[in-house]
Ligand binder design. Structure first.
Ligand code: GLU
Length: 522
Protein backbone atom coordinates (compact mmCIF):
# COMPACT_ATOMS: atom_id res chain seq x y z
CA UNK A 1 0.00 0.00 0.00
CA UNK A 2 1.15 3.53 -0.68
CA UNK A 3 2.67 5.62 2.10
CA UNK A 4 -0.18 7.64 3.54
CA UNK A 5 -0.12 10.47 5.98
CA UNK A 6 -1.10 9.15 9.40
CA UNK A 7 -4.75 9.88 10.12
CA UNK A 8 -6.39 7.95 12.92
CA UNK A 9 -9.68 8.11 14.72
CA UNK A 10 -11.37 7.19 17.97
CA UNK A 11 -14.88 6.03 17.09
CA UNK A 12 -16.85 5.33 20.27
CA UNK A 13 -20.49 4.33 20.30
CA UNK A 14 -22.39 6.24 22.98
CA UNK A 15 -23.90 3.10 24.46
CA UNK A 16 -22.48 3.54 27.94
CA UNK A 17 -19.96 5.36 30.06
CA UNK A 18 -16.39 5.14 28.74
CA UNK A 19 -14.44 2.35 30.41
CA UNK A 20 -10.74 1.67 30.68
CA UNK A 21 -10.65 -0.21 27.36
CA UNK A 22 -12.41 2.55 25.40
CA UNK A 23 -10.09 5.23 26.60
CA UNK A 24 -7.02 3.03 26.16
CA UNK A 25 -8.05 2.80 22.47
CA UNK A 26 -8.41 6.58 22.30
CA UNK A 27 -5.03 7.06 23.92
CA UNK A 28 -3.16 4.65 21.64
CA UNK A 29 -4.62 6.34 18.58
CA UNK A 30 -3.79 9.76 19.94
CA UNK A 31 -0.22 8.77 20.87
CA UNK A 32 0.31 7.25 17.45
CA UNK A 33 -0.97 10.42 15.74
CA UNK A 34 1.11 12.74 17.90
CA UNK A 35 4.19 10.56 17.58
CA UNK A 36 4.01 10.55 13.81
CA UNK A 37 2.86 14.13 13.28
CA UNK A 38 -0.48 12.89 11.95
CA UNK A 39 -4.08 13.79 12.72
CA UNK A 40 -6.41 12.43 15.36
CA UNK A 41 -10.17 12.51 14.83
CA UNK A 42 -13.08 11.76 17.16
CA UNK A 43 -16.16 10.28 15.54
CA UNK A 44 -19.23 9.40 17.54
CA UNK A 45 -20.79 6.26 16.08
CA UNK A 46 -24.35 6.89 17.18
CA UNK A 47 -26.26 4.86 14.64
CA UNK A 48 -27.71 2.32 17.03
CA UNK A 49 -30.67 4.31 18.25
CA UNK A 50 -31.90 1.52 20.52
CA UNK A 51 -28.67 1.38 22.54
CA UNK A 52 -28.00 5.10 22.91
CA UNK A 53 -27.35 6.12 26.52
CA UNK A 54 -28.22 9.63 27.66
CA UNK A 55 -25.13 11.54 28.76
CA UNK A 56 -22.67 9.06 27.25
CA UNK A 57 -21.32 11.46 24.62
CA UNK A 58 -20.60 14.09 27.25
CA UNK A 59 -18.93 11.51 29.48
CA UNK A 60 -16.71 10.37 26.59
CA UNK A 61 -15.71 13.90 25.60
CA UNK A 62 -15.16 14.96 29.22
CA UNK A 63 -12.88 11.98 29.77
CA UNK A 64 -10.83 12.89 26.71
CA UNK A 65 -10.59 16.49 27.79
CA UNK A 66 -9.64 15.49 31.31
CA UNK A 67 -6.74 13.45 29.93
CA UNK A 68 -5.90 16.24 27.48
CA UNK A 69 -6.42 13.95 24.52
CA UNK A 70 -7.21 16.61 21.93
CA UNK A 71 -8.49 16.18 18.40
CA UNK A 72 -7.57 18.01 15.27
CA UNK A 73 -10.67 18.55 13.22
CA UNK A 74 -14.42 18.23 13.05
CA UNK A 75 -17.42 20.48 12.60
CA UNK A 76 -16.99 23.83 14.37
CA UNK A 77 -18.99 24.14 17.57
CA UNK A 78 -18.69 27.42 19.48
CA UNK A 79 -15.16 28.24 18.37
CA UNK A 80 -13.81 24.71 18.88
CA UNK A 81 -13.90 21.53 16.88
CA UNK A 82 -16.72 19.26 17.82
CA UNK A 83 -16.49 15.58 17.06
CA UNK A 84 -18.13 14.12 13.97
CA UNK A 85 -21.50 12.47 14.60
CA UNK A 86 -22.58 9.69 12.30
CA UNK A 87 -26.24 10.51 12.94
CA UNK A 88 -25.63 13.75 11.05
CA UNK A 89 -24.32 11.92 8.00
CA UNK A 90 -27.14 9.47 7.29
CA UNK A 91 -27.56 10.46 3.63
CA UNK A 92 -24.01 9.48 2.84
CA UNK A 93 -24.54 5.94 4.12
CA UNK A 94 -27.85 5.61 2.29
CA UNK A 95 -26.21 6.65 -0.97
CA UNK A 96 -23.48 4.10 -0.49
CA UNK A 97 -25.99 1.35 0.23
CA UNK A 98 -27.82 2.35 -2.94
CA UNK A 99 -24.58 2.18 -4.90
CA UNK A 100 -23.94 -1.35 -3.64
CA UNK A 101 -27.50 -2.33 -4.61
CA UNK A 102 -27.05 -0.92 -8.09
CA UNK A 103 -23.82 -2.79 -8.52
CA UNK A 104 -25.42 -6.02 -7.33
CA UNK A 105 -23.10 -6.22 -4.32
CA UNK A 106 -26.05 -5.92 -1.95
CA UNK A 107 -29.72 -6.87 -1.89
CA UNK A 108 -32.93 -6.03 -0.12
CA UNK A 109 -34.13 -8.45 2.52
CA UNK A 110 -37.77 -8.49 3.59
CA UNK A 111 -37.62 -11.04 6.39
CA UNK A 112 -39.49 -10.10 9.55
CA UNK A 113 -37.90 -10.36 12.98
CA UNK A 114 -40.05 -13.45 13.69
CA UNK A 115 -38.80 -15.14 10.52
CA UNK A 116 -35.23 -14.28 11.45
CA UNK A 117 -35.65 -15.67 14.94
CA UNK A 118 -37.04 -18.91 13.58
CA UNK A 119 -34.22 -19.10 11.04
CA UNK A 120 -31.64 -18.65 13.77
CA UNK A 121 -33.20 -21.44 15.81
CA UNK A 122 -33.24 -23.80 12.85
CA UNK A 123 -29.69 -23.01 11.90
CA UNK A 124 -28.53 -23.51 15.46
CA UNK A 125 -30.20 -26.92 15.41
CA UNK A 126 -28.29 -27.81 12.28
CA UNK A 127 -25.15 -26.59 14.10
CA UNK A 128 -24.69 -23.81 11.60
CA UNK A 129 -24.27 -21.41 14.47
CA UNK A 130 -21.54 -19.38 12.79
CA UNK A 131 -24.18 -17.73 10.66
CA UNK A 132 -27.64 -16.51 11.48
CA UNK A 133 -29.23 -15.77 8.13
CA UNK A 134 -29.95 -18.32 5.41
CA UNK A 135 -29.78 -15.85 2.49
CA UNK A 136 -33.35 -16.51 1.42
CA UNK A 137 -33.79 -13.01 -0.03
CA UNK A 138 -30.48 -13.06 -1.89
CA UNK A 139 -31.92 -14.27 -5.14
CA UNK A 140 -35.44 -12.90 -5.17
CA UNK A 141 -36.81 -12.19 -8.62
CA UNK A 142 -38.02 -8.67 -9.43
CA UNK A 143 -41.56 -9.99 -9.34
CA UNK A 144 -41.13 -11.44 -5.84
CA UNK A 145 -39.60 -8.20 -4.66
CA UNK A 146 -42.45 -6.13 -6.08
CA UNK A 147 -44.93 -8.34 -4.27
CA UNK A 148 -43.19 -7.86 -0.95
CA UNK A 149 -42.86 -4.12 -1.50
CA UNK A 150 -46.59 -3.98 -2.16
CA UNK A 151 -47.16 -5.47 1.30
CA UNK A 152 -45.57 -2.36 2.74
CA UNK A 153 -42.62 -4.18 4.24
CA UNK A 154 -39.61 -1.93 4.69
CA UNK A 155 -36.62 -4.01 3.72
CA UNK A 156 -33.11 -3.95 5.14
CA UNK A 157 -30.12 -3.94 2.81
CA UNK A 158 -27.73 -6.87 3.13
CA UNK A 159 -24.25 -7.32 1.73
CA UNK A 160 -23.72 -10.12 -0.81
CA UNK A 161 -20.86 -11.83 0.93
CA UNK A 162 -18.88 -14.05 -1.42
CA UNK A 163 -19.88 -17.64 -0.75
CA UNK A 164 -16.42 -19.05 -1.22
CA UNK A 165 -12.81 -18.07 -0.83
CA UNK A 166 -10.96 -16.41 2.00
CA UNK A 167 -10.37 -12.91 3.22
CA UNK A 168 -6.97 -12.07 4.65
CA UNK A 169 -5.29 -9.01 5.99
CA UNK A 170 -2.05 -8.20 7.67
CA UNK A 171 -2.72 -6.97 11.17
CA UNK A 172 0.09 -4.72 12.40
CA UNK A 173 0.02 -6.45 15.78
CA UNK A 174 -1.22 -9.96 15.09
CA UNK A 175 0.32 -10.55 11.67
CA UNK A 176 -1.55 -12.34 8.89
CA UNK A 177 -5.19 -13.07 9.77
CA UNK A 178 -7.43 -15.14 7.49
CA UNK A 179 -11.15 -15.84 7.57
CA UNK A 180 -13.13 -18.27 5.42
CA UNK A 181 -15.86 -16.32 3.66
CA UNK A 182 -18.20 -19.22 4.29
CA UNK A 183 -18.20 -18.30 7.98
CA UNK A 184 -19.46 -14.79 7.27
CA UNK A 185 -23.09 -13.81 6.99
CA UNK A 186 -24.79 -11.62 4.48
CA UNK A 187 -24.63 -8.91 7.09
CA UNK A 188 -27.00 -5.95 7.21
CA UNK A 189 -25.74 -2.63 5.84
CA UNK A 190 -28.82 -0.49 6.18
CA UNK A 191 -31.50 -1.15 8.78
CA UNK A 192 -35.21 -0.70 8.17
CA UNK A 193 -35.16 2.53 10.23
CA UNK A 194 -32.87 4.00 7.59
CA UNK A 195 -29.85 3.97 9.88
CA UNK A 196 -26.69 2.25 8.71
CA UNK A 197 -25.16 -0.59 10.69
CA UNK A 198 -21.78 -0.16 12.31
CA UNK A 199 -20.08 -1.98 9.41
CA UNK A 200 -21.38 0.31 6.70
CA UNK A 201 -21.03 3.63 8.50
CA UNK A 202 -17.63 2.72 9.86
CA UNK A 203 -16.02 1.90 6.53
CA UNK A 204 -17.69 4.75 4.65
CA UNK A 205 -16.36 7.22 7.18
CA UNK A 206 -12.93 5.66 7.46
CA UNK A 207 -12.71 6.01 3.69
CA UNK A 208 -14.08 9.56 3.45
CA UNK A 209 -12.06 10.74 6.41
CA UNK A 210 -8.97 9.21 4.83
CA UNK A 211 -8.13 7.13 7.84
CA UNK A 212 -4.73 5.52 7.35
CA UNK A 213 -4.63 3.21 10.37
CA UNK A 214 -7.42 1.64 12.38
CA UNK A 215 -6.27 0.92 15.93
CA UNK A 216 -9.13 -0.68 17.76
CA UNK A 217 -9.96 -3.25 20.40
CA UNK A 218 -9.46 -6.91 19.73
CA UNK A 219 -13.20 -7.56 19.92
CA UNK A 220 -13.57 -5.97 16.47
CA UNK A 221 -11.22 -8.42 14.78
CA UNK A 222 -14.07 -10.57 13.46
CA UNK A 223 -15.64 -7.48 11.84
CA UNK A 224 -12.53 -6.76 9.85
CA UNK A 225 -13.00 -9.38 7.08
CA UNK A 226 -16.46 -7.90 6.49
CA UNK A 227 -14.92 -4.48 6.23
CA UNK A 228 -12.22 -5.67 3.84
CA UNK A 229 -14.91 -7.19 1.60
CA UNK A 230 -16.86 -3.95 1.68
CA UNK A 231 -13.80 -1.87 0.82
CA UNK A 232 -13.22 -4.19 -2.07
CA UNK A 233 -16.82 -4.02 -3.30
CA UNK A 234 -16.66 -0.22 -3.25
CA UNK A 235 -13.23 -0.03 -4.83
CA UNK A 236 -11.78 1.76 -1.78
CA UNK A 237 -8.30 1.21 -0.47
CA UNK A 238 -8.58 -0.22 3.06
CA UNK A 239 -6.64 1.32 5.94
CA UNK A 240 -4.05 -0.66 7.86
CA UNK A 241 -5.42 -2.51 10.89
CA UNK A 242 -4.00 -2.99 14.36
CA UNK A 243 -6.16 -4.83 16.88
CA UNK A 244 -5.14 -3.94 20.41
CA UNK A 245 -4.74 -6.70 22.99
CA UNK A 246 -7.58 -7.43 25.35
CA UNK A 247 -7.50 -6.15 28.91
CA UNK A 248 -8.11 -8.85 31.50
CA UNK A 249 -8.58 -8.78 35.23
CA UNK A 250 -5.88 -10.13 37.56
CA UNK A 251 -7.54 -13.59 37.43
CA UNK A 252 -7.33 -13.47 33.62
CA UNK A 253 -11.08 -13.28 33.19
CA UNK A 254 -12.82 -10.52 31.28
CA UNK A 255 -12.22 -7.18 32.97
CA UNK A 256 -15.14 -5.99 35.05
CA UNK A 257 -16.09 -3.95 38.10
CA UNK A 258 -15.16 -6.96 40.21
CA UNK A 259 -11.49 -6.26 39.40
CA UNK A 260 -11.81 -2.69 40.58
CA UNK A 261 -12.23 -1.33 37.05
CA UNK A 262 -14.83 1.37 36.63
CA UNK A 263 -15.62 4.12 34.17
CA UNK A 264 -13.03 6.82 33.60
CA UNK A 265 -15.49 9.35 34.98
CA UNK A 266 -15.56 7.37 38.23
CA UNK A 267 -11.75 7.25 38.53
CA UNK A 268 -11.72 10.98 38.12
CA UNK A 269 -14.31 11.33 40.86
CA UNK A 270 -12.24 9.09 43.10
CA UNK A 271 -9.35 11.51 42.92
CA UNK A 272 -7.03 9.94 40.38
CA UNK A 273 -4.82 12.39 38.51
CA UNK A 274 -5.09 12.61 34.73
CA UNK A 275 -1.35 12.22 34.18
CA UNK A 276 -1.36 9.06 36.34
CA UNK A 277 -4.32 7.68 34.43
CA UNK A 278 -2.65 8.36 31.10
CA UNK A 279 0.57 6.73 32.25
CA UNK A 280 -1.31 3.70 33.53
CA UNK A 281 -3.48 3.30 30.40
CA UNK A 282 -0.43 3.53 28.15
CA UNK A 283 1.04 0.50 29.89
CA UNK A 284 -2.05 -1.60 29.25
CA UNK A 285 -0.64 -3.41 26.25
CA UNK A 286 2.33 -1.20 25.40
CA UNK A 287 5.76 -1.04 26.97
CA UNK A 288 9.06 0.54 26.13
CA UNK A 289 11.40 -1.97 27.66
CA UNK A 290 9.41 -4.10 30.09
CA UNK A 291 10.75 -2.19 33.07
CA UNK A 292 10.16 1.57 32.78
CA UNK A 293 6.85 2.40 34.46
CA UNK A 294 6.77 6.14 34.73
CA UNK A 295 6.29 8.15 31.56
CA UNK A 296 5.32 11.77 31.19
CA UNK A 297 2.91 12.63 28.41
CA UNK A 298 5.81 13.98 26.31
CA UNK A 299 7.82 10.80 26.82
CA UNK A 300 4.85 8.68 25.78
CA UNK A 301 4.39 10.70 22.60
CA UNK A 302 8.08 10.41 21.85
CA UNK A 303 8.36 6.67 22.55
CA UNK A 304 5.05 5.21 21.44
CA UNK A 305 5.10 2.74 18.56
CA UNK A 306 2.74 0.06 17.30
CA UNK A 307 5.68 -2.36 17.16
CA UNK A 308 5.90 -2.28 20.96
CA UNK A 309 2.20 -3.09 21.45
CA UNK A 310 1.97 -6.59 22.82
CA UNK A 311 0.20 -9.46 21.13
CA UNK A 312 -0.90 -10.96 24.42
CA UNK A 313 -3.60 -9.66 26.73
CA UNK A 314 -2.80 -6.88 29.18
CA UNK A 315 -3.59 -7.41 32.84
CA UNK A 316 -5.38 -4.67 34.72
CA UNK A 317 -3.64 -4.14 38.03
CA UNK A 318 -5.39 -1.72 40.36
CA UNK A 319 -2.45 -1.60 42.80
CA UNK A 320 -0.23 -0.44 39.99
CA UNK A 321 -2.64 2.34 39.16
CA UNK A 322 -2.61 3.39 42.81
CA UNK A 323 1.14 3.29 42.96
CA UNK A 324 1.46 5.40 39.81
CA UNK A 325 -1.10 7.84 41.16
CA UNK A 326 0.78 8.15 44.45
CA UNK A 327 3.92 8.84 42.46
CA UNK A 328 2.27 11.73 40.58
CA UNK A 329 0.70 13.13 43.71
CA UNK A 330 4.15 13.39 45.30
CA UNK A 331 5.76 14.65 42.12
CA UNK A 332 3.23 17.46 41.77
CA UNK A 333 2.91 18.31 45.41
CA UNK A 334 6.38 18.20 46.91
CA UNK A 335 8.28 21.39 46.34
CA UNK A 336 11.19 20.66 48.62
CA UNK A 337 12.29 17.55 50.46
CA UNK A 338 13.97 18.13 53.83
CA UNK A 339 17.63 17.09 54.07
CA UNK A 340 18.12 13.50 55.25
CA UNK A 341 18.63 14.57 58.85
CA UNK A 342 15.58 16.86 58.57
CA UNK A 343 13.16 13.94 58.78
CA UNK A 344 14.83 12.86 62.02
CA UNK A 345 14.26 16.29 63.53
CA UNK A 346 10.59 16.17 62.66
CA UNK A 347 10.67 18.19 59.41
CA UNK A 348 8.30 17.19 56.64
CA UNK A 349 8.50 18.00 52.92
CA UNK A 350 7.29 21.40 51.70
CA UNK A 351 4.21 21.12 49.54
CA UNK A 352 2.78 23.38 46.85
CA UNK A 353 -0.18 25.66 47.54
CA UNK A 354 -1.91 24.02 44.63
CA UNK A 355 -1.73 20.68 46.43
CA UNK A 356 -3.12 22.25 49.60
CA UNK A 357 -6.01 23.70 47.61
CA UNK A 358 -6.80 20.40 45.97
CA UNK A 359 -6.58 18.53 49.24
CA UNK A 360 -8.87 21.06 50.86
CA UNK A 361 -11.38 20.66 48.05
CA UNK A 362 -11.26 16.91 48.27
CA UNK A 363 -11.71 16.96 52.06
CA UNK A 364 -14.62 19.36 51.68
CA UNK A 365 -16.28 16.84 49.40
CA UNK A 366 -15.43 13.67 51.19
CA UNK A 367 -15.49 14.25 54.93
CA UNK A 368 -18.71 13.01 56.49
CA UNK A 369 -21.28 15.81 56.71
CA UNK A 370 -21.25 15.94 60.52
CA UNK A 371 -17.53 16.74 60.63
CA UNK A 372 -16.53 20.41 60.78
CA UNK A 373 -14.85 21.54 57.53
CA UNK A 374 -11.11 22.14 58.02
CA UNK A 375 -9.67 25.58 57.32
CA UNK A 376 -6.99 26.09 54.73
CA UNK A 377 -4.55 26.94 57.51
CA UNK A 378 -5.16 23.60 59.13
CA UNK A 379 -4.84 21.69 55.88
CA UNK A 380 -1.50 23.45 55.31
CA UNK A 381 -0.31 21.72 58.50
CA UNK A 382 -1.59 18.34 57.50
CA UNK A 383 -0.56 18.27 53.86
CA UNK A 384 3.21 17.83 54.41
CA UNK A 385 2.56 14.97 56.84
CA UNK A 386 0.34 12.97 54.55
CA UNK A 387 1.66 13.75 51.07
CA UNK A 388 3.98 10.75 51.03
CA UNK A 389 1.26 8.38 52.17
CA UNK A 390 -1.54 9.16 49.74
CA UNK A 391 -2.44 7.04 46.75
CA UNK A 392 -5.43 9.21 45.87
CA UNK A 393 -6.58 12.54 47.27
CA UNK A 394 -9.94 11.08 48.01
CA UNK A 395 -8.64 8.58 50.53
CA UNK A 396 -7.32 11.42 52.75
CA UNK A 397 -10.71 11.91 54.40
CA UNK A 398 -10.76 8.28 55.45
CA UNK A 399 -7.11 7.39 56.15
CA UNK A 400 -6.41 10.58 58.08
CA UNK A 401 -9.79 11.15 59.67
CA UNK A 402 -8.17 11.73 63.08
CA UNK A 403 -7.05 15.17 61.97
CA UNK A 404 -10.71 16.13 61.75
CA UNK A 405 -12.65 14.09 64.28
CA UNK A 406 -13.36 15.19 67.84
CA UNK A 407 -14.08 11.65 68.88
CA UNK A 408 -12.23 8.70 67.42
CA UNK A 409 -13.92 5.44 66.63
CA UNK A 410 -11.93 2.22 67.01
CA UNK A 411 -11.99 -1.08 68.80
CA UNK A 412 -10.36 -0.95 72.29
CA UNK A 413 -8.40 -4.13 71.51
CA UNK A 414 -6.41 -2.15 68.99
CA UNK A 415 -4.84 -0.26 71.91
CA UNK A 416 -3.26 -3.41 73.32
CA UNK A 417 -1.65 -4.50 70.09
CA UNK A 418 -0.04 -7.91 70.29
CA UNK A 419 1.70 -7.76 73.66
CA UNK A 420 0.36 -5.16 76.08
CA UNK A 421 -1.82 -6.11 79.01
CA UNK A 422 -4.75 -3.94 79.90
CA UNK A 423 -3.07 -2.88 83.17
CA UNK A 424 0.19 -1.88 81.48
CA UNK A 425 -1.69 0.09 78.81
CA UNK A 426 -3.78 1.93 81.42
CA UNK A 427 -0.69 2.78 83.47
CA UNK A 428 1.14 4.00 80.37
CA UNK A 429 -1.70 6.21 79.14
CA UNK A 430 -2.24 7.65 82.64
CA UNK A 431 1.43 8.56 82.83
CA UNK A 432 1.37 10.10 79.37
CA UNK A 433 -1.74 12.07 80.20
CA UNK A 434 -0.18 13.43 83.34
CA UNK A 435 3.08 14.49 81.63
CA UNK A 436 1.32 16.10 78.72
CA UNK A 437 -1.16 17.95 80.94
CA UNK A 438 1.72 19.27 82.96
CA UNK A 439 3.44 20.71 79.88
CA UNK A 440 3.28 24.45 80.09
CA UNK A 441 3.04 24.97 76.30
CA UNK A 442 -0.18 24.70 74.39
CA UNK A 443 0.48 23.16 71.05
CA UNK A 444 -1.76 22.88 68.12
CA UNK A 445 -1.46 22.98 64.38
CA UNK A 446 -3.31 26.19 63.73
CA UNK A 447 -1.20 29.02 62.46
CA UNK A 448 2.10 27.18 62.64
CA UNK A 449 4.62 26.66 59.94
CA UNK A 450 6.53 23.38 59.45
CA UNK A 451 9.31 24.61 61.69
CA UNK A 452 6.97 25.24 64.57
CA UNK A 453 5.28 21.89 64.05
CA UNK A 454 8.72 20.24 64.08
CA UNK A 455 9.63 22.11 67.29
CA UNK A 456 6.43 21.01 68.99
CA UNK A 457 7.01 17.48 67.80
CA UNK A 458 10.47 17.51 69.34
CA UNK A 459 9.11 18.84 72.58
CA UNK A 460 6.57 16.02 72.73
CA UNK A 461 9.17 13.45 71.87
CA UNK A 462 11.43 14.85 74.61
CA UNK A 463 8.69 14.16 77.12
CA UNK A 464 7.36 10.86 75.84
CA UNK A 465 10.45 8.94 74.72
CA UNK A 466 12.04 8.80 78.18
CA UNK A 467 8.68 7.85 79.63
CA UNK A 468 8.74 4.55 77.75
CA UNK A 469 11.89 3.51 79.61
CA UNK A 470 10.46 4.66 82.93
CA UNK A 471 7.41 2.50 82.31
CA UNK A 472 9.55 -0.43 81.37
CA UNK A 473 8.01 -0.56 77.88
CA UNK A 474 9.71 -0.86 74.54
CA UNK A 475 9.42 2.48 72.67
CA UNK A 476 7.67 0.67 69.80
CA UNK A 477 5.00 -0.67 72.15
CA UNK A 478 4.47 2.62 73.92
CA UNK A 479 4.38 4.69 70.76
CA UNK A 480 2.05 2.16 69.15
CA UNK A 481 -0.32 2.57 72.07
CA UNK A 482 -0.16 6.37 71.84
CA UNK A 483 -0.68 6.20 68.10
CA UNK A 484 -3.90 4.25 68.44
CA UNK A 485 -5.06 6.44 71.32
CA UNK A 486 -4.47 9.70 69.43
CA UNK A 487 -5.40 8.60 65.90
CA UNK A 488 -7.52 5.44 66.16
CA UNK A 489 -5.23 3.81 63.58
CA UNK A 490 -2.19 1.56 63.85
CA UNK A 491 -0.50 3.28 60.94
CA UNK A 492 -0.34 7.06 60.69
CA UNK A 493 2.18 9.78 59.86
CA UNK A 494 5.05 10.24 62.37
CA UNK A 495 3.50 10.21 65.83
CA UNK A 496 4.85 13.41 67.33
CA UNK A 497 4.22 15.60 64.29
CA UNK A 498 0.74 14.18 64.14
CA UNK A 499 0.11 14.93 67.80
CA UNK A 500 1.57 18.40 67.30
CA UNK A 501 -0.92 19.13 64.55
CA UNK A 502 -3.91 17.45 66.21
CA UNK A 503 -3.30 19.82 69.13
CA UNK A 504 -3.05 19.57 72.88
CA UNK A 505 -6.74 19.74 73.73
CA UNK A 506 -7.78 17.06 71.36
CA UNK A 507 -4.82 14.77 72.15
CA UNK A 508 -5.64 14.90 75.85
CA UNK A 509 -9.30 14.24 75.15
CA UNK A 510 -8.41 11.26 72.93
CA UNK A 511 -6.14 9.79 75.60
CA UNK A 512 -8.85 10.14 78.25
CA UNK A 513 -11.31 8.42 75.97
CA UNK A 514 -8.81 5.62 75.32
CA UNK A 515 -8.48 5.17 79.11
CA UNK A 516 -12.25 4.98 79.49
CA UNK A 517 -12.41 2.41 76.73
CA UNK A 518 -9.67 0.29 78.28
CA UNK A 519 -11.20 0.46 81.75
CA UNK A 520 -14.60 -0.42 80.37
CA UNK A 521 -13.15 -3.43 78.61
CA UNK A 522 -14.09 -6.78 80.05
N1 GLU B 1 -18.07 2.16 17.28
C1 GLU B 1 -17.12 1.12 17.54
C2 GLU B 1 -16.88 1.10 19.04
O1 GLU B 1 -17.77 1.39 19.74
C3 GLU B 1 -15.86 1.41 16.78
C4 GLU B 1 -14.98 0.24 16.52
C5 GLU B 1 -13.93 0.65 15.55
O2 GLU B 1 -13.02 1.37 15.98
O3 GLU B 1 -14.03 0.34 14.39
O4 GLU B 1 -15.84 0.80 19.56
Amino acid sequence: MSERKVRVRFAPSPTGYPHIGNIRTALFNWLFARHSGGSFIVRIEDTDVTRKVEGAVDAILDSLEWLEIDWDEGPRVGGKYGPYFQSQRLDIYKETAQLLLTEDRAYRCYCSSEQLAQMRAEMAERKESMRSYDRRCRNLSQEEQDKLEAQDITPVVRFKTPLEGQTSFNDLIKGEVTFDNSTLDDFVLLKSDGYPTYHLANIVDDHLMQISHVLRADEWLSSTPRHILLYDALGYEPPLFAHLPMILGSDRSKLSKRHGATSITEYRRQGYLPQAMMNFLALLGWSLDDKTEIFSKEELVQQFSIERVSKTAAIFNREKLEWINGFYIRKDAIVEVPPAEGYATGLAPKVSTDFVDRLLESLDNDLPPEVRRPTKEYVEQIAPLIVERLKTLKEAADLFDFFFLDELVYDADLLLGKKLTKEAAVAALEAALQRLTALSVDWDGIGRDEKKVAEDAQLLEGVLRPLAAELGLKTGEFFGLLRVATTGHTAAPPLFQTMAVVGKDRCLRHIKLALDRLRGKA
